[in-house]
Design a protein around this ligand. Structure first.
Ligand SMILES: Nc1ncnc2c1ncn2[C@@H]1O[C@H](COP(=O)(O)OP(=O)(O)OP(=O)(O)O)[C@@H](O)[C@H]1O
Length: 350
């Protein structure tokens, strides 16, 4: 061995130490990554509970006499979330809702907790994009806050048909969009099994420059149908809408009744989902089509689905609903027996 040997040995030690440290770091990063993936897969809702525990007064409003039970459950959930075992114990949305089931009402399928939706309305309309950007740069864009929903809380139990009434702009559509997760609220939490929900609403997702046939595919895919599903149900959809001779025409040439017939037919082409949300889909088309569509909706209502039904028609609410919620300027004004709520609402409209 020559004089440089001690140096070589020292360098080898350094290299080995670096290799061990590097290896340990890679393993640590890998384990962390696996943990994050696990958490992301199963723990979406833990984050909601962890970051937004339900305020006591809201919990009381939601669970009434069962508040004690729900609070205990929440605390257990939080304890689990904080313990090292929580990834193995975290419940699915269904399990979570089942655990919140109360003896009086049964299984909870939708839980809306303290939901607020705030929109920003530009109070001065610039005449061009250029003017808008100039305003923006000068920090002169002035917004007005509009609360479409303000601290709204309620539960829906399995098998209920809950009507939602209220004057124009009271927040009904915003609420059902949030429940179906098409919109994210500014604050608050909605717990619902998204895989079981279908929102039927008319007129969204149509392109007036496309033909009726193209719109069946466009609107169908927005609603969540696969191409295969639309292929298989296309004839049925056209037949129900009674538009066989018009499918190659652009819908900008259609009357509003024809468009709503097509929209209704697409929206109701699938079997009734477990949780069905209907936003003003009952008064569609002419008298004949209205009867036909009502019959189809009734079949869906009777199939055991849990339903949220937005309607301006008191008749429809009274005929179909087991409970009614009255929204007024984004707040729940009244909730209860459809007859009582409709009576109170009707009085105010006179
Ligand atoms: N994307 C949006 N941007 C700004 N404001 C909105 C938006 N969507 C809804 N709003 C406002 O929120 C309020 C509630 O609207 P929403 O459509 O939920 O009411 P609604 O009760 O369904 O009304 P209608 O009975 O007329 O359908 C309204 O004042 C509306 O102008």
């Amino acid at each position: 061995m020559n004089n440089s040997d001690p140096n070589i040995i020292f360098n080898i030690y350094i290299l080995i130490a670096l290799a061990i440290t590097g290896g340990a770091m890679v393993i640590y990063a890998f384990l962390n990554f696996i943990q994050t993936v696990k958490e992301k897969k199963g723990l979406r809702e833990v984050k909601i509970i962890k970051t937004k525990p339900i305020p006591v007064q809201v919990a009381k409003e939601l669970y009434g006499e069962n508040f004690e039970k729900s609070e205990t459950y929440m605390n257990q959930m939080l304890a689990k979330a904080e313990s090292s075992e929580y990834s193995r114990h975290f419940p699915t949305v269904s399990e979570y809702l089942e655990n919140l089931t109360d003896d009086k009402h049964g299984e909870k399928v939708i839980s809306v907790m303290d939901v607020t939706m705030e929109f920003h309305i530009n109070t001065y309309q610039p005449s061009s994009i250029k003017e808008y950007f100039i305003q923006l740069l000068k920090n002169e864009v002035i917004y007005r806050k509009l609360y479409a929903l303000y601290h709204v809380s309620f539960n829906v139990y399995k098998g209920e048909v809950v009507g939602i009434i209220g004057t124009n702009g009271s927040g009904k559509s915003t609420l059902v969009k949030i429940v179906s997760k098409a919109l994210t609220p500014t604050s608050g939490t909605v717990i619902v099994d998204q895989d079981k929900v279908a929102l039927l609403t008319l007129g969204t997702g149509f392109d007036y420059e496309l033909t009726a046939k193209e719109n069946v595919y466009l609107n169908g895919s927005i609603i969540g149908y696969s191409k295969e599903f639309i292929d298989n149900h296309y004839d049925e959809i056209v037949e129900f809408a009674e538009l066989e001779d018009f499918m190659d025409e652009k819908i900008k040439n259609f009357s509003s009744g024809m468009i709503s017939r097509l929209a209704f037919s697409i929206a109701t082409a699938s079997d009734a989902p477990e949780i069905l949300i209907l936003d003003e889909v009952l008064a569609v088309g002419d008298e004949f089509f209205r009867k036909k569509s009502l019959k189809r909706i009734k079949e869906m209502l009777n199939s055991g689905s849990t339903v949220l039904l937005v309607s301006h028609s008191m008749r429809n609410i009274l005929d179909n609903c087991t409970r009614c919620i009255w929204l007024d300027k984004g707040k729940i004004k009244m909730s209860g027996e459809p007859m009582e709520v409709c009576k109170a609402y009707g009085k105010l409209q006179q």
